[in-house]
Design a protein around this ligand. Structure first.
Ligand code: 5GP
Ligand code: ZN
Length: 148
């Protein structure tokens, strides 16, 4: 392994200190591994500005932007800037609340006064295709029910 590999460095540090702690080591390993995956996440790239998008609102903990393939005359996505694979991973009640505020602020800014629909596709059965939690905000047409 190359000497500047952070996993290797952490492993060596704990061994040399004489108190190798498997939990600490695994935590470092998982953190390192996830950060690598997130580099390849489309919506992380949009949130950190490295991938272009039509941003509607940018806040400290969330952004809203136009969906690249709109399925309604208005179709935006509201995402946390931090990576969560899906709704199942989000536990912070403050962030839940901020994201819903994000929906309302975006709807207000885009004049969806006749109403709108939000959708959170989750997992395979839910039809989720991008593994970074996102809320679809659809508007400017009457929605059908039940959804497909
Ligand atoms: P999901 O199917 O996971 O619920 O929704 C993913 C959404 O992301 C889709 O509506 C798709 O059109 C949108 N999308 C995928 N890639 C991009 C992209 O690079 N930029 C933007 N703005 N939207 C994207
Ligand atoms: Zn992400």
């Amino acid at each position: 392994m190359p000497p500047n590999n952070p996993i290797f460095a952490a492993e060596q540090y704990y061994f040399f200190q004489g108190h190798f702690d498997i939990k600490k080591f695994l935590k470092l390993y998982v953190t390192y591994d996830l950060s690598h995956l997130m580099e390849n996440c489309l919506f992380c790239s949009i949130a950190n500005g490295t991938l272009e998008s039509k941003i509607i609102i940018k806040e400290k903990n969330w952004i809203s932007f136009w969906d690249a393939n709109p399925v309604a005359p208005f179709h935006a996505l509201i995402i946390p800037n931090r990576h969560y694979n899906s709704l199942n991973e989000l536990e912070d009640p403050e962030l839940y609340s901020e994201l819903i505020q994000g929906v309302k602020k975006t709807a207000q800014k885009e004049n969806l006064e006749n109403g709108y629909r939000i959708v959170i596709n989750t997992g395979t059965d839910g039809g989720q295709t991008v593994s970074h939690l996102h809320i679809h905000l659809l508007g400017k047409r009457k929605m059908g029910w039940p959804p497909g």
